[in-house]
Each structure stands twice: as C-alpha cells, then as structure tokens.
Design a protein around this ligand. Sequence first.
Ligand SMILES: [Fe+2]
Length: 287
Amino acid sequence: MTKGKGIALAETRGWQFAFQLEADEALASGKFSIPPLPQVAVELNDLANRRDPDLKAATQLVHRDPQLASRVLALASSAAFGSRVPISSLQVAVVRIGINGLRDIAFAVMMGDVFRCGALDFLMREENVRAYLLAATTHLVTRKLGLDSDQGFLAGLLADVGRIAILALLAHLGRSEPRWLAEEVPLMEILDATHTDVGPKVIAHWDLAPIVAKAARFHHTPMAAGEPLIIALAAADALVEASATEVEIEAVCQVDAIQQSGLREADLRQLLETVAMVRERSAALFG
Ligand SMILES: [Fe+2]
C-alpha cells in the first residue's frame, strides 16, 4: 500500500526541518566550514576589480596552472563566448574575452574543487555542469539585454551554489550518521526547499558583489528582487530548462521571467540554438 499524500508531505517536511537544525549546528560549531574560494580565482577577481587591470599579470596567473589554462582556453573558444574558431593562446583569449571573461571562466572551472561531496560526488558533478550552463546562458541573455554580462555570468554560476553546499553538508553528516545518506531521504525536496536560503550564506563568506548573493536568494522569485539582472537570470534558467526538455517556443514565451525580461521570440530562438551548443560541450568540459 502506498503512503497517503499527507503522510509523505509531513515526512518530507520533517526531514527538511531536521536537516536545517543539523546544518545550523554544524556551521555554528565549526564542524562544517565554508571553504575559501580558490586562490587563483580570488587573485583574478582582485585584478579584474582594479581601475586599470593588469592583463599580463592575469594571464601569468592562469599560466601557473597548466590544467586550468587548457580548460580556460577550451571554454574561451566556445560558442558561449561568441567564438567560432579555437583560441590557441591565453594572451589571445584575454584580448578576446577580457579580464572579466578570464576571471569568470576560471571561476567556472574551479568551482568544482571548492566543495567535496564524497558519497554524493556524482550529484555534485551534475550540479557543476548545470551551474556552468546557467552561467553561460545568463551571460548570453544579459549581453543581449544590454546588462552587465560579467556580473550575469557570476550570478548564474553561483545562483545554485546552495545546492552544492547542501550536498557537501549531507555527505559530511553522513560520515557520522549514515541515515543522512539513506534512500528515504527526500534529497531533491531538501535541495529545492533550502538552497535559496543556504546559497547567500555561503556567498557571504566570499568577497563578491552584493548582487551575486541577492541573485542566489531571489532567482526563483525574481519579481520580489526587482533587479533586471535577476530577471535575466531567471529567464536564462527557463531557457536552460527548455533546452533540456525541448519544449515548444510558444510555451517558453509564456514563462513570467521571459515576458518580464523583454526578450523577443526571435531572440529566444537564437539563444536556444546557442544554449544547445554550449550544453553539448559542457558535459565534456567537466568530465
Ligand atoms: Fe535554484
């Protein structure tokens, strides 16, 4: 016999409540701490924020890590950054995409190393691929709308960082209490219900623009934030979803955030084509 809907809902809420208590305790006691951002990403962020950014220093920074350099080149060559031909040197990449583009790509590549999820690593990989896809799509949408596409990329990349942090926390809890990794844990419900609360708390540990934390809080309720960039991010989220499920363009046009963003049907068709190309490459890039 299947459980009644009411019982299942009460059990899910019970798990969510228990998780929130455990999470607050683990963070407050220091048993689980938010890791720092990778040093290269921090230094690139500092360089990019200077009034007169030193492009040579930024290039040298990425050069120090050959694995990072090759992945930066692969991403800089991708359709998401408007490239049609492969870029073979970091200097060319910096000229093409600018120091902010270099910083954003380095962030995307390195975010996968920030949280370790042990038993839940396979889910974290999926989250990282999707985070990159959302970042690249938000970059495209904000550029199309004449908004700050660099901020758009970072806001898209970190919108769901709460989901990754929750996976890391569950894996951490599961080491001493295996029940947190049991099948009956409503993992997706916990992630969906708590990630917009956890995400901004994680981002607060890093020295990033306030809009990035605000985007993590409001990306599913963009009208409450009233920021064009967050509406663009929610529109990008709808485009990523649409490209995965191949829904009709007419249905995409009906999404609130798409309507509020000001994107026209012709823009949407063009964006969906590019998102499909980015999607094809992203899984391989994060292999
Ligand atoms: Fe989300």
